[in-house]
Design a protein around this ligand. Structure first.
Ligand SMILES: Cc1cc2nc3c(=O)[nH]c(=O)nc-3n(C[C@H](O)[C@H](O)[C@H](O)COP(=O)(O)OP(=O)(O)OC[C@H]3O[C@@H](n4cnc5c(N)ncnc54)[C@H](O)[C@@H]3O)c2cc1C
Length: 562
């Protein structure tokens, strides 16, 4: 059995940053990913990373923007930490080799992003995530003697000892189908988000909520799960993202009548209001008949000088041409709000620790909660790095003070049986892909920008039915080498758990705040709902609901206008 001080599940930005921090602190580390690390979804991040680095900016201003953006649901102690540590983290990245854009004076250049009162987004053209991920991966090589990489290994379950502490995980080697138990003194979930619960989504096929569901299944509470971000600018049909960087560079939004409609909804910030506000505005225009026949509005990037677009938004130029047949430097492109990000996840403290001893979470899988009801653009890369690092440090410290726990073989045997059962299923049921399609399409109808009780209740009933269908869905590939069918079956189970928690949280929150807009409760209600909704596993039944207070440090809730 491989045994390490710290086991990290996920090798995106959060996982790699955690691995580096743990190794620097002297721990032995295993980092595991179901795809090659640089294919992790962080690779898709385009627009940039926030930090109040300019002398005229301040971390307090960044923190207030984040609190306001979160619709006051973010925990202010965590937000303060993130914003205070942001400048140091960006400089750390720069010193490690990230080629951030520089302005004509040779200083690090910024672009404006939504909901921010200063231009504080640092970027590498529109491939920021890729630039960061590759530099971190290079850094991992320095620690070849302390960091073992398990690339194309798929974690199926977390393992606990008799005292309930997390002692590692069971993983399947995708190359040959073998299953192995990995022991660890501390385990960090860094396995990303759950965007694939929705269709379409900006998220990659691998974002199936594995770590959220695995942690939930062993009793870790999930928090703020109802808060799903719909990004204002995604392509109709396929959900591909047009980065907020486009509006940051000066692009405008128009309805089909040629009206710059954000004047009505956010007269000060216009297109750079926070994402929940812009998405709701667009959807209102579309619902009230002022959109285009394909259910979209227009993003006009021709407002940005062509030379600048070709330099700073070159991937978006390619995406417009290849996926919409539009030259964005010459004509507007049709866009609409699309599922993009989950603000909720595994509840942690500011060191990434969950209530399960030995289990940490960082990045999109986690809910610290710095994003509350609505994440500001370019705050997610920051979240992955700050809390990835902090969880790596804390996990290493925990490991240094203890002897190796006994990792029980029982879960390994259970997982062997579960996979054998999937492979041995008789045909006859629905296909995995059909169930997944129904789930995603339904979530995008009933649990999107606007929600109500009837739609959410229907969504919950559908999820319960899909769970039954999933438990007997047959697969075609019964082999052991790169069997993606088995993995898809396991992932579908994770997605259904995540979707149920999203819908149950959305039904429970009887108010409108951030990304959750309830048509039947259209106002924010601080008296009753300025609190987190926590969801815990309840056998095979719907999750158990509890609440926890929002941590306030210095910002009292105010009316939110942009
Ligand atoms: C198109 C797009 C553009 C974005 N642009 C920006 C931006 O400009 N700025 C910003 O701040 N944010 C942006 N975001 C959000 C941001 O990119 C993500 O929230 C962030 O990168 C998530 O990082 P992560 O490390 O938490 O997870 P990921 O990068 O998703 O990594 C998850 C890791 O877990 C592994 N994994 C998952 N399940 C398993 C399993 N069962 N077994 C083993 N390994 C597993 C995966 O292989 C992967 O290595 C964007 C998001 C999208 C979709």
């Amino acid at each position: 059995m491989p045994a390490h001080d710290v086991l990290i599940i996920g090798a995106g930005l959060a996982g790699q940053r955690a691995a580096l921090a743990a190794a620097e602190a002297g721990a032995t580390v295993a980092i595991m990913s179901k795809v090659h690390p640089v294919r992790s979804h962080s690779n898709a991040a385009a627009g940039g990373i926030n930090a109040a680095l300019n002398p005229e900016d301040s971390w307090e201003s960044h923190a207030f923007d984040t609190v306001k953006g979160s619709d006051y649901l973010g925990d202010q102690d965590a937000i303060e930490i993130m914003c205070r540590e942001a400048p140091g983290e960006v400089l750390w990245l720069e010193h490690r080799g990230v080629t951030f854009h520089r302005n004509p004076e040779g200083k690090l250049g910024t672009r404006a992003f939504g909901g921010a009162s200063a231009a504080r987004t640092y970027y590498v053209a529109d491939i920021t995530g890729q630039a960061l991920l590759h530099v971190l991966y290079e850094q991992l090589m320095k620690y070849y003697d302390r960091i073992d990489r398990f690339e194309e290994w798929f974690v199926t379950a977390l393992v606990q000892d008799d005292d309930g502490q997390c002692t590692g995980a069971v993983a399947r080697n995708i190359r040959d189908g073998s299953l192995e138990l990995f022991g660890a003194k501390a385990t960090i979930q860094a396995s990303g988000g759950a965007g694939q619960c929705f269709k379409p989504t900006t998220n990659a096929l691998i974002c199936t909520g594995d770590g959220i569901a695995q942690s939930y299944r062993i009793g870790a509470p999930l928090m703020d799960m109802e808060m799903i971000q719909y990004h204002p600018t995604t392509l109709a049909g396929n959900g591909i993202l047009i980065t907020e960087g486009a509006r940051g560079e000066g692009a405008h939004l128009y309805n089909a009548r040629g009206e710059r409609f954000m004047e009505k909804y956010a007269p000060n910030k216009m297109e750079l209001a926070s994402r929940d506000v812009v998405s709701r505005s667009e959807q209102t225009e579309i619902n009230e008949g002022r959109g285009f026949p394909d259910g979209t509005v227009a993003l006009d990037i021709t407002k940005v000088p062509r030379k600048r677009t070709l330099e700073a938004l070159r991937e978006i130029v390619n995406i417009g041409r290849d996926f919409a047949g539009v030259d964005i430097t010459r004509e507007p492109i049709h866009i609409r709000p699309g599922c993009h990000y989950i603000m909720g996840g595994v509840k942690t403290d500011v060191w990434g620790a969950t209530p399960i001893p030995g289990l940490y979470a960082a990045g999109e899988v986690a809910c610290v909660s710095v994003h509350g009801g609505n994440r500001l653009g370019a705050n997610s890369l920051l979240d992955t790095l700050i809390f990835g690092r902090r969880s790596g440090e804390h996990a290493a410290e925990r490991a240094a003070g203890m002897s190796a726990p006994r990792a029980s073989e029982a879960v390994l045997a259970d997982e062997r049986r579960a996979i054998a059962e999937i492979i041995g299923r008789e045909g006859g049921g629905r296909r995995i892909s059909e169930i997944k399609d129904e789930l995603g399409t339904m979530m995008n109808e009933k649990c999107a920008v606007f929600r109500d009780e009837a739609g959410l209740s229907e969504a919950h009933a559908t999820i319960r039915r899909l769970k039954e269908e999933e438990s007997v869905a047959a697969i075609d590939d019964r082999g052991s080498v790169f069997n993606q069918d088995v993995l898809a079956a396991i992932e579908l189970g994770y997605m259904l758990d995540c979707a149920e928690c999203i819908v149950v949280g959305a039904l429970e929150r009887k108010e409108s705040r951030g990304a959750q807009f309830r048509l039947d409760f259209p106002e924010r209600n601080d008296d009753e709902w300025l609190k987190h909704i926590n969801l815990s596993v309840n056998g095979a039944d719907a999750p158990k609901i509890s609440y926890s207070p929002v941590t306030m440090t210095q910002w009292e809730p105010q009316e939110r206008t942009y």
